[in-house]
Design a protein around this ligand. Structure first.
Ligand SMILES: C[S@@+](CC[C@H](N)C(=O)[O-])C[C@H]1O[C@@H](n2cnc3c(N)ncnc32)[C@H](O)[C@@H]1O
Length: 275
């Protein structure tokens, strides 16, 4: 894995998240881009997303005055959630400039600019000193990482001893292989997507202890059902801006994720690791 490979992948995802498509995704996912932890399948998506944040924050053991680095922060909804509810300082990072701009505006409007700042950074190479954070946090973005070992080594480097790494990731089921896996990851434009077994093997070889490990795959289907319903609600508005072909492609990506989730072929993991 060379720096050039990493940079090419980053450029690809930057382009994806720097378009009006990013605004569509933000609308249909409810202002953030992560899955929900449902108490029952009929629960509303925002409530379920909040439950996921709450579980992850409790596992991070973060406390007021501590400093969290968020990798791949989207438009900063989780960074604001952590600052507002736990009184932590958050240094949130992303490679999509348009999301960073939106994140800064939303954060100023929420009156949280004194606790949260945003900067451009690829999670393979964080521009921060060793052991400078209490918690490293990353949600639903590692599927795009070309070199996941390097991303976690960076996380370990920037977190202080006994600090925590908190991560969730959208995955394929361990049994999905061959052309089915290739077809899915190429439609999703995430050729480096992993399964939980891949994460378990990588983590077992790293200098961390596993404090929590969950397979939250059952929550993928209700999440995508909600997001697809939201897509239909804004279809006309965004077709005018993005065009029919881009909208159909976006719908197809959501539909295939929903189909796989219903068939138990999509997974979603959560790990809390102690450095
Ligand atoms: C599905 S979104 C999740 C956003 C956010 N974590 C959330 O939960 O709302 C994936 C994010 O990963 C970011 N991303 C993709 N590749 C990245 C990289 N190499 N370094 C940092 N961020 C990256 C994208 O720009 C996007 O914001």
């Amino acid at each position: 894995m060379t720096s050039r490979d990493v940079n090419e992948a980053a450029a690809h995802y930057r382009a994806t998240y720097d378009t009006a498509l990013s605004e569509l995704l933000s609308r249909i996912w409810g202002g953030n881009l992560h899955l929900g932890l449902f108490s029952n399948p009929d629960e509303a998506l925002p409530q379920a997303q909040l439950r996921a944040n709450h579980h992850m924050a409790a596992a991070s053991r973060c406390q007021a005055g501590q400093v969290v680095v968020e990798a791949a922060c989207g438009v900063g909804s989780t960074a604001r959630y952590l600052a507002e509810n736990y009184g932590v300082r958050v240094r949130a990072t992303n490679i999509a400039e348009s999301q960073l701009t939106e994140a800064r505006e939303l954060t100023e409007r929420a009156g949280l600019g004194h606790l949260v700042d945003f900067s451009f950074a690829d999670y393979h190479e964080l521009p921060f000193a060793d052991a400078s954070f209490d918690v490293w946090w990353c949600q639903e973005a590692l599927l795009y990482a070309v070199d996941k070992r390097r991303v976690l080594e960076e996380a370990i480097r920037v977190v202080r001893p006994s600090g925590r790494l908190i991560m969730s990731d959208l995955l394929l089921g361990d049994g999905v292989a061959g052309s089915e896996r290739e077809d899915f990851t190429s439609k999703l434009k995430a050729p480096h997507m992993w399964s939980m077994g891949h994460w378990d093997r990588l983590i077992a070889g790293l200098p961390v202890c596993v404090a929590e490990r969950h397979d939250w795959g059952a929550h993928a289907a209700p999440t995508f059902r909600n997001v697809l319903a939201n897509f239909e609600g804004v279809r006309d508005e965004f077709t005018g801006r993005l065009g029919t072909a881009a909208m159909e492609a976006a719908r197809e990506r959501l539909s295939i994720q929903y189909e796989f989730a219903q068939a138990g072929k999509l997974s979603w993991c959560f790990y809390a690791l102690v450095r």
